[in-house]
Ligand binder design. Structure first.
Ligand code: ATP
Ligand code: MG
Length: 636
């Protein structure tokens, strides 16, 4: 993250304003209401000043009591009108402020989500879900809280102050000079506070975000926590992180309050000067009593924003810290291919495309249907459906997980990947889906380098069942139809039947509308797998990738699913990963992997007698050594 992007606190906040410029009408409404509120508030001191002079005149006998009473009553009525206007307009402004800050929250949240959905798989590998969510909530809440506070009171206070400066210059310029000194000194003292405050706030936020991330993970996997009796340990870690923020808060707050004492003492000193001037000049006869009352009220009005500046600055600092966190994610570079997939924007971010600092997709064409964003690229006739050419790959800097992977999948062909656990089979699937880029070499899909294909098109061609079934909360129907939400009930039923899921689904009281819990928690492992298979079947893509798609099924269920899959694979190109060799006995070719290298490629018959990994596996299977077979523990 380039630090220089956050040149100053003000620029951070200005970025938020620019980022949410579609709210300009609401900003304007808030400002207009603030001005009206300020004007109404400013008339009151004049009216009261006037009343004071009238009273003084009556007391000293200059004006007749009757006239004076009429005048002061009129003035009191005028004060009433001004204050009523103030009351109503400030509430109207408050309404606009609420709407504005909520719209702001919507825009910021939608953009953040949009951005996250654009980020490459690699980014997610390094993040904890709960931490991302906690960071989003905190930063957006703090930004919008500040916006609300500004609009509900501080804006009108600032406007009042400017007016007071001008008015006081008319009566006595030394007052203006004194007031003018207050603001820059206040801002300067605050900026001194700010650096340390922000650093400490960042430290606190980090601890809270980590704790929240762990919290979400623990809740998501509470079964494991309970079974290993780790409740106490998890709780201790959690409370340790939160307790550490106590110490930081103490330091942060005492720093803040020390500086606030200096700031406020300075303000008190300035106001000593201001009152001295007003009193002395009144005694000397330069100001009437009314003018004195007027000036005292004006000065008090100017004091309010300065005094409340401490909490405004506090909120502003949180908002600045929040906006930094926010923009740190928003500025994460996005692979333009990933961005193109999400070129379609949600309806409630109408101007998202023109946003400052927006994702790389900003400016991309808006389209409702993701899959129609780019013209469909036809496969090159005769080219292999998938070709890996000399692919090297590493997840992180360091040792390669795949070395020189080179194989082809011809149209209609079924290929199996066989190899030890951790050998890189699922990694090949990840690369094929464009979730990661190869370090060397290339992958071609339909004769086109996959890096040239729009990711949505690439992925639309591949139906995949991942090694972990990866379902969503919601109903069974929603899960099966995840890739085609518009699919008819018949299609969903058909897919479920083929995946041998129909029977168990219908046993649920709610059938296809059964809610299956987070990540499908309420289903058995085998049931989850069959839903995942049905989901891939419904997608009806020309290439089918099965990563141990039936590993959790008993032999009978597996044979049934296999029947459905065989039908499906008949007119399709398939890549199958399975550690149960019966599942891959019928494939056209087998690619064996050893420590990230391709060991052999050949038909099941050829490899059965070659003495390689596949042959060893077959031997083990035949010799009944299922214990060693269980996870291909045969590298030796
Ligand atoms: N997201 C990731 N980040 C870093 N390393 C990873 C990541 N995913 C997998 N790896 C590493 O890459 C290697 C290959 O993993 P992969 O999942 O491809 O193995 P596999 O052949 O599918 O194994 P299995 O049969 O157990 O599923 C492993 O050593 C693993 O530790
Ligand atoms: Mg795997």
């Amino acid at each position: 993250m380039p630090e220089c992007a956050y040149a100053g606190p003000v620029s951070s906040l200005l970025r938020i304003v620019r980022f949410t410029r579609s709210l300009a009408p609401l900003y304007t409404a808030v400002i207009v209401c603030s001005i009206l509120t300020a004007v109404a508030a400013l008339t009151v001191p004049f009216l009261i000043g006037n009343a004071t002079d009238t009273v003084a005149g009556a007391v000293s006998g200059e004006t007749a009591a009757g006239t004076a009473v009429r005048t002061v009553l009129l003035l009191a009525a005028a004060v009433l009108v001004a204050e009523l206007i103030n009351t109503v307009v400030s509430n109207v402004g408050g309404w606009f402020g609420d709407v504005m800050s909520n719209r702001m929250r919507t825009i910021l949240s939608v953009r953040y989500y949009d951005k996250l959905l654009h980020l490459p798989q690699r980014w997610f590998d390094g993040e904890i879900t709960g931490t991302i969510v906690a960071r989003l909530n905190r930063s957006i809440t703090e930004i919008t809280n500040f916006a609300k506070m500004m609009s509900n009171s501080f804006a009108s206070m600032l406007i009042t102050t400017v007016a007071v400066l001008v008015i006081s210059a008319w009566y006595a310029w030394p007052l203006t000079v004194l007031l003018l000194i207050v603001f820059p000194v206040y801002v300067w003292l605050t900026s001194l506070t700010s650096v340390k405050w922000q650093r400490l706030e960042g430290e606190k936020n980090e601890q809270v975000d980590i704790a929240s991330g762990r919290f979400a993970e623990v809740v998501g996997q509470i079964r494991v926590v309970k079974s290993f009796v780790r409740e106490r340990g998890e709780l201790e870690d959690f409370s340790r992180r939160f307790r550490s923020t106590d110490a930081t808060t103490r330091e942060q707050s005492s720093h803040w309050h020390r500086m606030d004492i200096i700031r406020r003492a300075f303000l008190n000193l300035i106001f000593f000067g201001i009152y001295a001037i007003i009193f002395v000049r009144t005694v000397q006869g330069e100001f009437t009593l009314g003018e004195m009352v007027l000036l005292i009220q004006l000065m008090t009005m100017a004091k309010a924003p300065v005094e409340s500046m401490s909490w405004v600055i506090d909120a502003a600092q949180r908002a600045i810290a929040g906006s930094k966190d926010y923009f740190r994610v928003m500025e994460t570079p996005v692979d333009p291919r990933t961005a193109a997939v999400m070129a379609a924007r949600p309806a409630d971010a109408p101007d998202a495309g023109s946003a400052d600092g927006g994702s790389a997709a900003a400016g991309a064409t808006t389209a409702v249907e993701t899959l129609t964003t780019s013209a469909l690229i036809e496969p090159v006739p005769g080219a292999p459906v998938v070709a890996f050419r000399g692919v090297d790959f590493a997840y992180e800097d360091g040792d390669d997980v795949l070395h020189d992977i080179d194989f082809r999948l011809e149209r209609g062909e079924k290929i199996a990947l066989v190899g030890e656990s951790g050998g890189g089979k699922s990694t090949i699937v990840n690369l094929l889906l464009g979730l990661y880029e190869p370090r060397n070499g290339s992958i071609e899909v339909g004769g086109h380098p996959s890096s040239d294909l729009p990711l949505d098109q690439l992925r639309a061609r591949i139906g995949v069942v991942f090694q972990d079934a990866s379902l969503f909360s919601g109903t069974i129907r929603e899960n099966i139809a995840y890739g085609r939400p518009e699919a008819s009930d018949e299609k969903v039923l058909e897919a479920a039947r083929r995946a041998n899921a129909d029977a168990f689904i219908l046993r649920f009281p709610e059938g296809y509308e059964q809610v299956i819990g987070e990540r499908g928690l309420k289903l058995s492992g085998g049931q989850r797998q069959r839903i995942a298979v049905a989901r891939a079947i419904l997608k009806d893509a020309p290439v089918l990738v099965l990563d141990e798609a039936t590993s959790a099924l008993d032999t009978k269920a597996e044979i049934q699913v296999q029947k459905g899959l065989d039908e499906l694979m008949a007119d399709r190109t398939s890549l199958i990963i399975a550690h149960r060799l019966s599942t891959i006995a019928e494939v056209d070719r087998i690619v064996t992997l050893r420590e990230g290298h391709i060991d052999e490629i050949g038909s099941p018959e050829q490899l059965a007698s070659s003495g390689g990994i596949y042959a060893q596996l077959l031997d083990l299977q035949h010799s009944g050594d299922t214990r060693r077979l269980a996870r291909y523990d045969i590298t030796g």
